[in-house]
Each structure stands twice: as structure tokens, then as C-alpha cells.
Design a binder for this molecule. Sequence first.
Ligand SMILES: *[C@@H]1O[C@H](CO)[C@@H](O)[C@H](O)[C@H]1NC(C)=O
Ligand SMILES: *[C@@H]1O[C@H](CO)[C@@H](O)[C@H](O)[C@H]1NC(C)=O
Ligand SMILES: *[C@@H]1O[C@H](CO)[C@@H](O)[C@H](O)[C@H]1NC(C)=O
Length: 345
Amino acid sequence: MHEDKVAFILFVFLIISSCLCHSSPVDIWRIVLEPQNIQHVKRSRIRLRATQDIPHLAVHIGLSDLASFIYRAGLTDTLSSKGPFTVFGPSDLAFFQLPPESRKVLFTNNTLLKELLEYHVVKGSYFQSQFKNEELLDSLLPGYKIRINKYKKNTVTTASGAPLYLQDQIATNGIIQSLTSVMIPPAGTITYFVKTMSAFSILLKAVSVAGLADILNGAGPFTLFAPSDEAFFKLPSAELDKLLNDPKLIKNILLYHTLKGTVYSAGLTNGETVQTISNMSINITITSQGVEVNDAMVTMPDITVTNGAVHVINAVLLPSNLNSVTNDRYLHFFDNLNNEFNIVN
Ligand SMILES: *[C@@H]1O[C@H](CO)[C@@H](O)[C@H](O)[C@H]1NC(C)=O
Ligand SMILES: *[C@@H]1O[C@H](CO)[C@@H](O)[C@H](O)[C@H]1NC(C)=O
Ligand SMILES: *[C@@H]1O[C@H](CO)[C@@H](O)[C@H](O)[C@H]1NC(C)=O
């Protein structure tokens, strides 16, 4: 079915480009929609366009590290087979920009390399235009899904947070969508992430006092700006104690750190304000140093979790009208969430 779509879209494109000079739009569509033309082009034209399988096309479009990793991981046969597959292919620079430790492990452990690459492949041919925002695609790594996001305001498409740059590269057995960063498979939900990372012991306590552990373990999707322990310790210790002993207050503060939907940094723009789940706005500033949220700096952006994204920040975000927040003004948003989202306990 996807092959048909690929062929059809290619066909429409070819017909339109070859007819534009001498036909009216009506003529073009009349020709396009004629069944015998569709059949004809499906058989002949597509072969003229795509001459290389996925590994060869990867080399051809400059993804040489990807091609050599595919070979090293023993995935050449799979990715040369009939497929079709869609490969989300990180650029050489993307592989280079991985933290040195990760690069080292990848270069020495072919099992891990294979798993990472399998996370970058899905069955079927997908053009960029066929993706839907928040769509989850099963990767070849069993149990792991790729989350697609399409951000209308800046027309960026991401795959598990990695922006697509060279789109819709057509191979004989599928499509390559190239990426400016490497996708890292999600370890678990937001709650799981907060629980397992030692840098978030205060946040973990806060989430539990606020009664938000279940909802942040649910389907979401959500985006959490996650203050590290270091961020919480910037608060006067009396204040911190007060917060951690006041469930309503801490819930409001945490919801001020949470967005509905998956917002990776590629979907943020400089100077914008975004609404939090507590329906208050936070200010986004993007500088050469990175992303700032109000007065906090994002120290580690774009962590993929199964139910959204996490950005680590170095200061706790406090709503300007903290006092009015404490009187429950915004809590009904939280109550509505229970109905709106599927909660996994
Ligand atoms: C290589 O990676 C796999 C998969 O993550 C892991 O199970 C294995 O222990 C690693 N091997 C070495 C030698 O580190
Ligand atoms: C959220 O706040 C805006 C004003 O900042 C308001 O217009 C809107 O109605 C609020 N949304 C809800 C659901 O109350
Ligand atoms: C966000 O920016 C606006 C305009 O600069 C400012 O008035 C407001 O105080 C800022 N909000 C926060 C929470 O920093």
C-alpha cells in the first residue's frame, strides 16, 4: 500500500513537472487521474528515479557513517532486502556530536550499535508529508517507538526529537529521512526517568508529594522541564521544606513545569510564550548558549521518554503569582486531565 502511495506521489510530481509548460491545471489533473496513466507510471517511472538501495543511497547522499555503521552492525542484508523501510538516518555530524562516552561504546559494541540502528528504522515507506504530529511508529527495535512531531509555526518535523533535514530521499527499497541528531531510544515514562536518575531525588519526592507520579507515568504526552537537585537547592532551605510539605502548592509548581504535548527544543522559538498545564505562560528565550525558560537554563534538552519529552533545567520555575496559585485557582485543570488522558497505574 505504501509502495502505491510512493509511486502515485512520484507520478503526480512527474506529470505536473512535465505538463506545467503547456497545460492548464484542469488538464493536468485530468491526465493525472486517468487510471491507465497511474498504472503506466507505477511500472516505468519509479525505476528511473530510484536506482540505489538504502545502504548505497546513504553513501550517495553523504551519510557515510550511517552506511558504515549499518555494515558493521550486520544490517546490510536487511536494509538491502525488498522492504520497504523508512530509515531515519543521522548525518555524520550527528554521530560526531554524540557524547564521547557514547561514541566510544558504539565503536566497540556492535550489539548496542545494532540496537541503536534498529531504533532508526521502521517498516513501510513514509514521506514527510504522510507523518502526523504525535504519531508513534514501531521501530525495528522490538517494543520501541519513534515519536513524530510536526511543529507548524516553524515547519520543523522531528523524529524522537531529532529534526529532519534532507527529506524524502527515495531508494529502491524505501525512503531515507536524514536527521541532524541521533535518536536515543526512550528508557521509560517521565516518572520512570525521574525515579531512575540520581540527579532528581528532590523532584521525585516533589512528584510523589504532589500525587503526580501516576499521571506522569500515563500516556500523556507531556513535556516536563525537570529541575535537578542542584536547582532545588538554590531555593532557601526553609522554602524548600515548605514546598515539599504542601501538596497543593508543589502540585501547582510542578504543573507550571509541565506542557501538554511533546515539545522538543526544535519546536520552540525565541521570544515565544508557551502555556503550561496550569494555564500560565512561561517565556522561552533561545540564545547561542541554548534554551532558557523564564530565568532557568536548559542544561540537558530533548530527553525522549515513552510519554513525551524531558528538558533538565538548573532553576525551579516559580509562578509570579505564587500566592494566588496556592488558593486552588488552577487546580481544576489537573482534575480534567484525569479524564482527558489515559492513566497507567
Ligand atoms: C554490548 O551491548 C549489549 C546490549 O546493550 C550489552 O548487553 C552487552 O553487555 C554489551 N557488551 C559489552 C562487552 O559491553
Ligand atoms: C487560560 O488562560 C488564558 C489567559 O491567559 C485564558 O484566555 C483562557 O481562557 C484560559 N484557559 C482556560 C481553559 O481557562
Ligand atoms: C515573560 O515575558 C514578559 C514580557 O517580557 C514579562 O512581562 C513576564 O514577566 C515574563 N514572565 C516570566 C514568568 O518571566
